[in-house]
Design a binder for this molecule. Structure first.
Ligand code: ZN
Length: 343
């Protein structure tokens, strides 16, 4: 055996254990959380051994539950693409979540050079013959428009340009809504809805914020709207949309004192074709005995609009934080004063 072959063999032996630690769970590629945490400068600790664990550094704190897709990332509930798994006591996270759910929080995506958020398209859900959810005499379409108008006024005051996909009680086809945002060169697309449930009306409350589902993952909305798996135009901005969704959801929960039903992924028709970061907010449950009357109240919607505005501003700040290259991360984390913070 020549020295060269011996070197190659030794190198292969050195690398092989790391490669072999990747696993397939239900046909999906998974990696050990410990490897991922180490590679990204995060500390790992069990909160309940074998059940719940945390990974953290200066700009990310995530809590995972084994066998569950429900995670907490920087203080907001986030539904993972696939449940956290475990093998021989070692927790595993899907490669898709490592790349598409966790990475954007560690290394926030950058806007194109000089690109700022100028114009925001607000999309009041439903309208005209499409009432949306109906609870007693209350139609969802009425409150989505009222919230959009309140949010428009607050965004204008904050210096943004704003337009709505409908300004009155008119019916607008779903594909026309993102098309309008695309035509008018909007920098963000925010669709506004309110939720309803037939079962557990007394128990189910709180906002949910949706962004596009990554290719290869299933949508987390129970209705299964848009269950196709192929890439959509919205997938080009999926990482930014996730950060926008997380900042908005966090602000809604904090400012409204609401239950956190989390950031979720869905291939909603109004999200699929947007060429800019796009989210869909379900502002709460019209069917809940306490939250319903709040949604029907202008004062509460004003608070909700303010929370969404603050979420958008926090998103803008996150993307403008100093660039942080992955290979500089470990060095960087030694200097907490330089680290971008997640609001
Ligand atoms: Zn709706």
């Amino acid at each position: 055996m020549t020295n060269r072959i011996l070197c190659c063999l030794l190198l292969w032996l050195a690398l092989a254990p790391a490669a072999s630690r990747a696993a397939f769970v239900n046909g999906h590629s998974y990696i050990p959380v410990s490897d991922w945490a180490q590679a990204n400068g995060l500390k790992l600790a069990w909160l309940r051994r074998g059940e719940q664990l945390a990974v953290a550094n200066h700009n990310l704190r995530a809590i995972f539950v084994v066998d569950s897709a429900d995670a907490q990332i920087n203080g907001v509930a986030v539904r993972l693409c696939f449940p956290v798994a475990s093998a021989h006591g070692s927790p595993l996270v899907s490669q898709l979540d490592a790349d598409k759910t966790l990475r954007p929080f560690l290394y926030p995506p950058r806007p194109a050079a000089g690109h700022k958020i100028n114009t925001i398209c607000l999309d009041p859900g439903h309208g005209g013959r499409d009432t949306g959810n109906r609870v007693g005499a209350h139609n969802e379409k009425t409150y989505t428009l009222a919230l959009a108008q309140e949010l428009r006024d607050q965004l204008l005051q904050a210096g943004f340009h704003v337009f709505l996909t409908r300004n009155d009680d008119s019916y607008v086809e779903l594909p026309l809504r993102p098309a309008l945002a695309n035509q008018r060169g909007a920098d963000l697309f925010v669709s506004l809805h309110f939720n309803a449930t037939q079962s557990g009306m007394n128990d189910v409350s709180g906002p949910e914020t949706y962004c596009i589902t990554p290719v290869g993952a299933s949508s987390s909305n129970a209705q299964g709207e848009g269950s196709g798996y192929g890439p959509t135009p919205a997938n080009h901005n999926e990482l930014k949309s996730l950060i926008l969704a997380a900042q908005t959801q966090k602000s809604l929960v904090k400012n409204l004192g609401a239950t956190d039903r989390g950031v979720r992924r869905a291939r909603f028709a109004v999200l699929r074709d947007a060429l800019m970061p796009a989210i869909l907010i379900e502002g709460g449950y019209m069917t809940h005995p306490l939250e319903g009357p709040r949604i029907f109240d202008a004062g509460y919607r004003r608070l909700m609009a303010k929370a969404i505005l603050q979420g958008i501003l926090a998103y803008q700040k996150t993307l403008q934080s100093p660039a942080l290259a992955p290979d500089h991360h470990l060095k960087h984390s030694l200097h907490p004063s330089n680290t971008p913070t997640f609001q």
